[in-house]
Design a protein around this ligand. Structure first.
Ligand SMILES: *[C@@H]1O[C@H](CO)[C@@H](O)[C@H](O)[C@H]1NC(C)=O
Ligand SMILES: *[C@@H]1O[C@H](CO)[C@@H](O)[C@H](O)[C@H]1NC(C)=O
Ligand SMILES: *[C@@H]1O[C@H](CO)[C@@H](O)[C@H](O)[C@H]1NC(C)=O
Ligand SMILES: CC(=O)N[C@H]1CO[C@H](CO)[C@@H](O)[C@@H]1O
Ligand SMILES: [Ca+2]
Ligand SMILES: [Ca+2]
Length: 595
């Protein structure tokens, strides 16, 4: 789905090429800068909150800010560094907050500005950072800017991308300016009766694209950033960045048509066409550099910690890596790395696809930048459903053992799986714009079901009688209450990992080596001179195997102390295991120390 599918052809071609060469034989080694003074975000665990589904405080069945505030202690206890909140701004909720009608205020059903200030205050007290979603590509059609633009009011006439369209020589009828398609199915152009022009919307009809070729828009969006920095946020996660700019019209004022991609036969599906003219334009990279300057200037003037820019992009590496900046300019701190989602979705989970996903990032990343690892978000089926519940610990371990920052989508720490949502209960516009036969291909509702706090009524998400989406079926066993009480659970494993990441200089600053060891087994070693090494080993296959870890690294001691083990592992924490003949069951994942 989404942008990744569009790229999937490129990915598959690349991947099959690489897999022909047996990567399993090669040991990949990365030397990270052994600097001991890393900034907070360079080793951070980010945690994504989908506010609508996190915690309801007033019984209306919809999550809200006071709900989040009441659960900040949970995040502290979990050991994460910063939480990023999906949009909380005023919105008609056509795309559940990604259609913003006022970038400077809070959606009433989520709370008020005072509630937000209270949330920030409590987070500061706990030493947690709060990051907001910045949705720069479009606003809601109910935004005052759009209403003024429709009326061609002074200063707003060019805020959006307007066009007269074309006249069909045969029929004499007006047609859209180009064949471009929106993400949520159908034309990306919508006729506006009042202004007598088409406007561009790369997402829903109610999400008109802002015109970044207008200096007023550029200035306005920087104002948005400064406004929330003033409210004490620690940075922004920028939504759907590659769609920011489109190609400029030609000398006659016309936009070029996209070619047919050959990926799907469905002419309403965005993937029916290429996205050469509507994504990955060079101007977009420069705009991100400009936003970074806004953040850096703010810190220079007002002091305090650095605030971060996290970028959402499913674009190919050659484009994505430019967001980091170049030799003379800083860009985003972390362009999100979705390889563990995209590559594995396309090619399945195996030691080789894990290795390939890591290579694809580390081998393309510019020198001196910080890697990051993402397992999921509110647009993708839940990690435990995609990888299989038995591999969720292995994947949570992986993203925290690898160098750099990691990102957790709410519920991944519990092993939450997708909910089953009928067509009748479906609310996601992407699915609703399709039909009862194919909606499951598009719907993003299953990964947005309410967070599971307890095994009680409505999973403790709300005191009220209803929830905005039905609960996932597994809430009686997969929830915070049950997993906290257990000696060993996905949650306790997750907490051990964040604790290790915080305490281990090796994980923060060490070198990284990794290898496919036998068909199904993947191993990572982090090492730092003068400190214990950390070894991660995981069996992604379906049968028990015995491996010899000295084949991977001859300098390892004959036995290693077990620090953390996956849920079903029958080994014992704290015990030393001989690594010459280490038996690993299917799905077993272990974290060892050389001490
Ligand atoms: C003009 O309209 C006709 C009839 O609907 C259609 O077949 C043709 O493709 C259109 N031409 C262009 C250039 O879109
Ligand atoms: C870096 O990016 C800036 C801003 O886009 C550009 O002006 C400059 O030429 C680039 N420098 C290099 C070395 O690529
Ligand atoms: C900066 O971040 C650190 C680590 O999270 C925190 O302890 C400190 O209070 C922050 N300083 C300011 C000025 O916010
Ligand atoms: C992961 C993510 O944030 N996806 C969002 C990308 O942008 C569109 C439009 O704003 C949203 O619908 C997605 O949820
Ligand atoms: Ca509520
Ligand atoms: Ca755009």
């Amino acid at each position: 789905m989404t942008l990744a599918l569009l790229r999937s052809k490129a990915f598959t071609t690349l991947l099959s090429l690489v897999l022909l060469v047996d990567l399993g034989q090669a040991i990949q080694e990365t030397t990270t800068t052994a600097s001991t003074s890393k900034d907070w975000w360079e080793t951070a665990q980010f945690y994504q909150i989908y506010p609508r589904s996190f915690k309801d405080s007033d019984g209306d069945g919809i999550g809200d800010l006071n709900g989040i505030t009441s659960k900040l202690e949970y995040l502290k206890d979990l050991g994460v560094t910063a939480a990023w909140l999906s949009p909380i701004f005023t919105s008609p909720m056509v795309d559940f907050g990604y259609d913003i009608s006022d970038f400077f205020d809070i959606q009433p059903e989520y709370g008020t500005l005072d509630d937000f200030r209270n949330l920030i205050k409590k987070a500061n007290e706990l030493g947690l950072k709060i990051i907001l979603d910045f949705v720069p590509n479009h606003s809601s059609d109910e935004n005052d800017w759009f209403k003024k633009s429709v009326k061609r009011e002074k200063g707003y006439a060019d805020y959006y991308i307007w066009h007269d369209g074309k006249v069909n020589a045969t029929t004499g009828k007006r047609e859209p300016p180009s064949n471009w398609l929106q993400y949520f199915r159908g034309s990306a152009w919508q006729w506006n009766e009042e202004r007598q022009q088409y406007y561009l919307h790369q997402f829903a009809v109610q999400q008109p694209d802002l015109n970044y070729r207008s200096p007023d828009v550029v200035a306005q969006m920087k104002r948005v950033l400064r406004y929330w920095l003033n409210e004490g946020v620690a940075g922004f996660r920028c939504d759907t960045v590659p769609t920011l700019f489109e190609v400029q019209p030609d000398a006659d004022g016309q936009y070029p048509d996209e070619a047919i991609s050959g990926i799907t036969q469905d002419p309403d599906d965005r993937n029916f066409l290429t996205a050469k003219y509507v994504e990955d334009q060079p101007e977009t990279i420069d705009m991100v550099y400009q936003w970074r300057t806004v953040l850096d200037d703010y810190q220079r003037i007002y002091g305090g910690n650095s605030s971060v820019l996290l970028i959402e992009t499913y674009s190919p590496a050659w484009y994505t890596m430019q967001f980091y900046g170049n030799r003379s300019v800083n860009g985003a701190h972390l362009p999100f790395n979705f390889n563990f989602i995209s590559v594995i979705e396309k090619n399945g989970l195996s030691a080789k696809t894990v290795q390939y996903s890591i290579d694809l990032w580390l081998q393309n990343m510019p020198a001196g930048r910080t890697p990051n690892w993402v397992l999921g978000n509110h647009d993708r089926r839940r990690a435990a459903s995609r990888y299989g519940l038995k591999h969720i610990d292995a994947m949570n371990m992986l993203v925290m053992i690898l160098p750099g920052a990691s990102v957790t989508y709410q519920g991944e720490e519990l092993g939450m799986t997708d909910g089953e949502i009928s067509w009748e209960d479906t609310v996601d516009p992407w699915a609703c714009n399709s039909n009862p036969n194919i909606f499951e291909q598009y719907t993003r509702d299953p990964e947005r079901t309410p967070f599971q706090w307890t095994s009680g009524t409505n999973a403790g998400f709300t005191q009220g009688p209803t929830t905005w989406l039905p609960l996932a079926a597994d809430y009686k066993t997969i929830n915070v209450e049950t997993e906290s009480a257990a000696d060993h659970s996905h949650l306790t494993i997750y907490k051990s990992l964040t604790a290790l990441r915080r305490s281990s200089k090796t994980l923060q600053n060490g070198n990284t080596r990794y290898k496919v060891l036998s068909e199904d087994v993947f191993v990572v070693k982090r090492s730092l001179s003068g400190a214990a090494s950390i070894i991660y080993v995981s069996n992604f296959g379906s049968s028990t195997v015995t491996v010899n870890l000295t084949e991977f690294d001859k300098t390892l001691p004959a036995s290693l102390g077990l620090l953390i083990r996956s849920l079903d592992s029958k080994k014992t924490d704290g015990v030393k295991y001989a690594i010459g003949q280490l038996e690993l069951e299917s799905g077993e994942a272990l974290v060892f120390s050389t001490e």
